[in-house]
Ligand binder design. Structure first.
Ligand SMILES: NC(=O)c1ccc[n+]([C@@H]2O[C@H](COP(=O)([O-])OP(=O)(O)OC[C@H]3O[C@@H](n4cnc5c(N)ncnc54)[C@H](OP(=O)(O)O)[C@@H]3O)[C@@H](O)[C@H]2O)c1
Length: 218
């Protein structure tokens, strides 16, 4: 198998979701930078304690440098986080890891439009791919489910640009997921509902966080 291409990957948001993804990607050999509003913030400092190999840059420098940018902020912070990037984000792949969540675990945009399409509207010159959203952070930290042979946990993704989706599908595979392309970015609405389903089952109904979906096909 050819060695995967080393990519320059920037994280906007390096908390529960950003930090484990960034850590795994860096350990796979990719170059990883944090787009830091404040290099001394709790989340940036915690991420650096976990992995000293992250580079810390200003948001626009980090995005300019990157080939792939992960957005892993609270959904409500996405607009502010993307506001001052100007042309730095143009042509980049933006992985939307956010979930719009309303009170009592309803869809945060009343299920009328996906959060990913809202994010795409903020950065029209980027190619948004929805990914890494359908499970809780525990499965982003550790997605090993031994005892299922070659069957890997599924990571459902969506996006309008086929090339951008293949890059992210490849990163999913490197991270141990079976990427499942669900279609165009509008399909993200269903992925965001899957996230709510997972959270309700895992955290409300008490099933626990140690489960994922798998894709069986014939
Ligand atoms: N938690 C989960 O299990 C889970 C699973 C899947 C998807 N998600 C989604 O992933 C996203 C992140 O969740 P999380 O649990 O990782 O959140 P978190 O732990 O609170 O981390 C949020 C990160 O975003 C940064 N941030 C906040 N406001 C920002 C702004 N205006 N500009 C730039 N950066 C900003 C924070 O930086 P500072 O430290 O500097 O404030 C922090 O690094 C959410 O949209 C969530 O719905 C969460």
């Amino acid at each position: 198998m050819p060695k995967p291409k080393i990519m320059k990957i920037t994280f906007i948001g390096i908390g529960n979701v950003g930090a484990p993804l960034a850590d795994h990607l860096q350990k796979l050999g990719h170059q990883v930078a944090i787009a830091a509003r404040d290099p001394n913030s709790k989340s940036v400092q915690a991420a650096l304690t976990q992995n000293v190999n992250f580079e810390v840059k200003t948001p626009s420098a980090a995005v300019e440098w990157a080939e792939v940018v992960f957005l892993a902020t609270p959904f409500d912070a996405a607009q502010a986080a993307l506001a001052d990037l100007g042309t730095a984000i143009a042509g980049k792949i933006l992985v939307d890891c956010t979930n719009p969540v309303g009170p009592n675990l309803v869809h945060g945009l009343n299920s009328e439009r996906s959060g990913a399409e809202f994010v795409q509207s903020l950065v029209s010159a980027a190619n948004v791919v929805k990914a890494f959203t359908i499970y809780g952070l525990e499965n982003l930290q550790d997605n090993h489910y031994p005892g299922y042979g070659d069957l890997k946990p599924a990571m459902l993704i969506a996006g309008d640009d086929g090339d951008a989706k293949s890059v992210i599908a490849d990163l999913c595979q490197q991270l141990g997921w079976e990427p499942v392309d669900t279609g165009d970015l509008a399909m993200s609405l269903h992925l965001e509902h899957m996230a709510l389903l997972w959270v309700k089952m895992a955290r409300v109904q008490g099933k626990g966080t140690g489960f994922v979906w798998a894709m069986l096909q014939k």
